[in-house]
Design a protein around this ligand. Structure first.
Ligand SMILES: Nc1ncnc2c1ncn2[C@@H]1O[C@H](COP(=O)(O)OP(=O)(O)OP(=O)(O)O)[C@@H](O)[C@H]1O
Ligand SMILES: [Mg+2]
Length: 253
């Protein structure tokens, strides 16, 4: 009588003759999961936003809707980040008017902040066009605004400013004039140890944080030939500079 081991090897010999289904590429599998996940979240976000826009319900219910929109966006961002880490999509650089981009993003970004947090834009005039991947910058801003919100549980102000500037020569990405987009909050800030670790993949001080937000922003900036610098102090808020390459005259025509 065959023992278990023999039965297994016999079975294996038979299986070898049967065409095995191809093992799916984990990156393709992840991409399709993220795709479906985002499709499922989209109607949830739009129904909640519609209720929020109508002012449906009591103040308490509206606060809950506000929280649910925030969570749904976090879930969307998280799904996107997992996908980016598994297989970054190719960068698509183009000339972008950063001022107009920020004005267009003002309302969607403000909707992610609680009613106690104000969002201000401060855009310098005559900004040259940036040479960036707009979708990537939008993702970076989304991450940074969510971090600012987390840092201000009691409310406050987030400012997004854009100006032409030169990064300090000590920066590796320094290459003459760039566009500096600054996201500043007046939240809890970071102590020295946290500041040193912030941006390391999987470092988080939050109970539900993945610690992929700042690491993704850094990766996004580096892939476009730009950079990122962070300044923060406990109870004095955080300022993050995103340095974007400027569209050079030789590319413009
Ligand atoms: N604006 C900020 N104010 C204070 N601390 C911040 C700020 N931004 C980031 N941090 C600190 O840096 C850590 C890492 O941030 P990161 O965005 O990478 O991850 P996370 O926000 O913790 O998690 P996730 O982005 O997945 O929700 C945070 O946990 C927090 O301690
Ligand atoms: Mg984050």
């Amino acid at each position: 009588m065959a023992d278990n081991l023999n039965m297994t090897s016999g079975q294996r010999a038979t299986d070898d003759n049967i065409a095995q289904p191809a093992v799916p590429d984990p990156r393709v599998l992840l991409a399709s999961i993220v795709h479906d996940f985002n499709i499922l979240l989209t109607p949830i976000v739009s129904v909640l936003e519609e209720m929020q826009g109508r002012g449906a319900g009591t103040a308490r219910q509206l606060k809950k809707i506000d929280g649910a929109i925030y969570c749904a966006f976090r879930a969307k961002t998280l799904a996107r980040q997992l996908l980016d880490f598994a297989s970054p999509r190719p960068v698509k650089l183009a000339a972008v008017d950063v001022g107009r981009l920020l004005e267009r993003l003002e309302a969607p970004l403000a909707s992610l902040l609680s009613t106690h947090i104000r969002l201000d834009l401060d855009i310098a005039e005559d900004l040259p066009k940036a040479f960036i991947d707009q979708q990537l910058i939008e993702r970076a801003l989304l991450n940074l605004v969510l971090n600012a919100r987390d840092a201000m549980p009691a409310g406050g102000r987030v400012t997004i400013a854009a100006a032409q500037d030169r990064p300090s020569p000590s920066r590796t990405y320094a290459s003459g004039s760039m566009i500096r987009v600054t996201i500043s909050d007046c939240g809890i800030g970071m102590d020295e140890a946290t500041l040193k670790m912030a941006g390391e993949p999987h470092f988080s001080t939050k109970t539900n944080g993945t610690g992929l937000g700042l690491a993704t922003v850094r990766q996004i900036m580096e892939r476009q030939g730009g950079g990122l610098s962070v300044a923060s102090a406990p109870r004095r808020g955080t300022t993050i500079d995103l340095w974007l390459p400027v569209m050079s005259a030789s590319f413009a025509y």
